[in-house]
Design a binder for this molecule. Structure first.
Ligand code: ATP
Ligand code: MG
Length: 765
């Protein structure tokens, strides 16, 4: 009966899919089908008659959840909609919304994003008369966040002598008190920050056994993807939820654990074996994602880590191309070389933009790649940049909506009280928030009864504001999210102010707000969303991560630029890992111990294993950092890849031979010499047994005699040429711009194409 559910799976994968009762752990290497097993297993459960509402599936991003849901839906139809599926944060926010009363919140609590949290901390730091240059909101926020993730309350923080000694040593003895004030203020604002969503769920389940019991009975099957990156707080909740049925299945790879700085720990995997003595463990060892070269190169890197579980990873996929190293003189040149290599890949292999990812260690590295991709007219998306929902005008309208729902929301209040300008100054605003805090009153009590306070000239304006909010509140219970939001956008004056601003920026802000309204309409019209209230919409929006966003112009064929952390679980045909320099990757900031180096190495392992077909590594010899041009050393990680899998790219080889000829220039780094020697020894040959393809041979550093990157001086219009992919044609026009020389060529069968001559491999005939 269940034959087809395991079709196309290997033996241990099928075993994992069919093993539904009792605790199960799948520990397996990258690309071995862990996520695929979870998807199939869920489909299998539903086919077996398990109620989708009793399945809890925790994933790393909302996007991953969405993709899994779509795949499950293909097998079981709309039943898939009932599954409790999402990130830890989104699933727990949903539970907290149902159970908010028990914790003293209302179900309309706000979710503070990191900006809100830091802004509140800044206010508190100032109110305490502390210097925010010493008590940097960022630092204070991170300490509080760390404490919450270890489940240390503010009271416990203050009472803990070790923590106190630590803070004293860091000359930040007030952090405990700031933590306490921050927690109180969030609570009064009926707001939770991101960490609270986990922390409060733990408290809820600890203090309210009846509530815990309800969910324990509800979730008969619990599954967790990327288990290696769950922190203590997440693990405790998961374990508690699965305590009655014990049908818990976790999948992970210790070699991909990359969130130690957020409190995640390989220890989870080890604890799991202790916590569930009758655990079944399944290992998946076959990688289906990548070529042999990529799998074995990744193995050779991770083998250097001492702290790891025994695990083999092999593949039956083709050998594939060698990994190429691209060396650039500067970060700008790195951008250019990587983009042009990408351009060439597209052309030579008929790929689309979606097939590519450029991965870097930190977000700030994206700029050079953006510029060069733009010059080549290649569309890209940046995951993790300033997202749509972080834009000022969007946050403004969202703040109005938040305050309409929750009049204790202090951060939303500060954003909108004087927007559009009502002549209410910062001092008045501070007075209101301080009075509320001092008297233990909700903000709204003061705003709504401003006549009773001595608010001077601002009194009338505040009254106008409170009348406005009162009129919005009347809509919330009877109208859907879209009706409320479009009314608020108009009546608040937000839309009008942007409409009146006829500058280019003003226009684009106005369009953005319209776009937000469109997205609310979509939310309301989506049959999968049963709850169409403003509250339900706001919760979804608050928990969107950058990785979840759709492209605004609907064109989804884009190269993806992102940090390696964001790339977890994803796969691309061609991957560029850039900025492979000492101090940048491994990151100097992270290197305090050999354990830190191992974590950076795992990050490198994650990056390598995203690639399906081809992998490029690039680095620059100089880079602007903190406003200064600095020389850079190639990363030690490149040397850690078994040399038989690597070769220097054509561009790098060309650059190197130039610098060897020209004695005035610095000699290339020892690393590059090594790699070049290796490549020469290998004769640029493929590591696989498969014969090199024509294009493969042509792009090795040993040039093919037939096709060469064309020298514009030897080409003339009217000349007949042959291109390795497009066949025969006639040169129409040669021109040059900042990207180099280009030729317009009319091919006999493919029509007219414009080719960059430094890449187009042409044979003059
Ligand atoms: P990661 O560790 O990166 O999260 P993973 O172990 O979750 O990887 P998946 O993403 O599930 O791996 O699978 C990797 C690729 O291999 C996917 O494209 C998947 O469809 C494919 N795959 C998995 N199992 C099989 C199989 N038995 N036959 C063919 N392809 C498979
Ligand atoms: Mg996966």
């Amino acid at each position: 009966m269940f034959e087809d559910i395991t079709k196309g799976l290997n033996e241990p994968q099928a075993q994992a899919v069919l093993h539904t009762e009792g605790p199960l752990m799948i520990i397996a290497g990258a690309g071995s089908g862990k996520t695929r097993v979870l998807t199939q297993r869920t489909a299998h459960l539903i086919r077996k008659g398990v109620d989708p509402f009793s399945i809890l599936l925790l994933t790393f991003t909302n996007k991953a959840a969405g993709e899994m849901r779509a795949r499950i839906e293909k097998v079981v139809g709309t039943d898939a909609r009932g599954i409790w599926m999402g990130t830890f944060h989104s699933v727990f926010a949903k539970i907290l919304r149902f159970e908010a009363k028990a914790m003293g919140y209302t179900s309309d609590f706000s979710i503070y994003d990191t900006d809100d949290s830091k802004s509140l901390l800044k206010t508190i730091i100032k109110e305490r008369g502390l210097d925010d240059k010493i008590y940097k909101p960022n630092v204070v926020f991170n300490r509080i966040s760390g404490a919450k993730n270890r489940l240390v309350s503010a009271e416990a923080y203050i009472a803990d002598p070790i923590i106190q000694a630590d803070d004293a040593a860091a000359r930040l003895p007030e952090i405990g008190r700031l933590y306490k004030l921050y927690v109180d203020r969030c609570f009064k604002a009926n707001a939770m920050d991101f960490d609270d969503l986990l922390y409060n769920t733990n408290v809820l389940f600890r203090d309210f056994p009846a509530i815990l019991n309800k969910y324990q009975h509800r979730y008969k099957y619990v599954m967790v993807d990327e288990f290696q990156d769950t922190n203590v707080s997440q693990y405790l909740i998961t374990r508690k939820l699965a305590a009655i049925h014990e049908n818990i299945c976790v999948v992970g790879d210790d070699a991909q654990s990359i969130y130690a700085f957020r409190g995640a720990n390989i220890q989870n995997i080890l604890n799991f074996e202790k916590d569930y003595p009758d655990l079944t463990t399944i290992r998946l060892e076959q990688n289906y994602r990548s070529t042999k070269v990529i799998v074995e190169a990744a193995n050779s890197v991770i083998a250097r880590n001492k702290r790891q579980l025994r695990k083999e990873v092999f593949t039956e996929n083709e050998g594939g191309n060698l990994i190429e190293v691209i060396k650039a003189g500067s970060d700008v040149e790195e951008g250019r070389l990587v983009s042009t290599s990408l351009f060439e890949e597209k052309l030579n292999h008929g790929l689309s933009n979606n097939d590519f990812a450029i991965l870097y260690r930190t977000n700030s590295q994206s700029r050079a790649f953006e510029e060069s991709l733009r010059k080549l007219n290649i569309k890209y998306r940046i995951v993790g940049g300033l997202s749509f929902y972080q834009r000022r005008e969007i946050k403004d309208l969202l703040a109005y909506l938040r305050f309409t729902l929750n009049q204790s929301d202090e951060e939303a209040f500060k954003r909108i009280i004087n927007l559009p300008k009502r002549g209410i100054g910062d001092q008045t605003i501070a007075k209101i928030t301080v009075t509320a805090a001092e008297q233990g009153l909700p903000l709204w009590d003061i705003v709504a009864n401003i006549q009773q306070y001595n608010a001077g000239r601002s009194g009338v304006a505040i009254e106008g504001f409170s009348d406005l909010i009162k009129s919005f509140k009347l809509l919330v219970d009877t109208k859907d999210a879209y009706e409320v939001a479009s009314h608020v956008a108009k009546a608040s004056g937000v839309l009008k102010e942007l409409y009146d601003d006829k500058t280019v920026e003003g226009l684009s802000r106005y369009e953005n707000v319209q776009e937000l309204l469109n997205s609310i309409k979509q939310f309301v019209d989506n049959p999968e969303n049963e709850d169409k209230s403003l509250g339900a919409f706001l919760q979804t929006v608050s928990l969107l991560t950058n990785a979840d966003q759709e492209d605004e112009d609907g064109d989804n064929d884009r190269v993806t630029l992102m940090t390696i952390h964001q790339a977890k679980g994803l796969e691309y045909k061609v991957v560029y890992i850039v900025g492979l320099e000492e101090d940048l990757f491994p990151s100097q900031m992270m290197l305090q111990s050999s354990e830190d180096l191992e974590e950076e190495r795992r990050l490198f392992y994650v990056a390598i294993t995203r690639a399906e077909k081809r992998l490029y590594l690039s680095y620059a010899e100089t880079r602007y950092q903190y406003g200064r041009l600095k020389p850079c050393e190639p990363s030690r990680f490149m040397d850690e890849i078994d040399e038989k899998y690597v070769r220097v790219s054509r561009q790098a080889a060309r650059r190197m031979s130039e610098s060897q000829r020209n004695t005035d220039r610095p000699t290339p780094a020892a690393f590059l010499r090594n790699v070049a020697n290796r490549a020469a020894q290998n004769g640029g040959s493929q590591a696989s047994k498969t014969p090199p393809t024509r294009s493969g041979a042509a792009s090795t550093h040993v040039p093919s005699s037939d096709f060469k990157a064309s020298d514009p001086r030897k080409l003339a219009s009217g000349q007949r040429v042959e291109h390795q992919k497009f066949g025969f044609g006639v040169v129409k026009l040669i021109s040059t711009d900042q990207n180099g020389a280009k030729a317009v060529i009319h091919f006999d069968t493919q029509g007219e194409k414009t080719l960059l001559l430094s890449f187009a491999k042409l044979r003059i005939i």
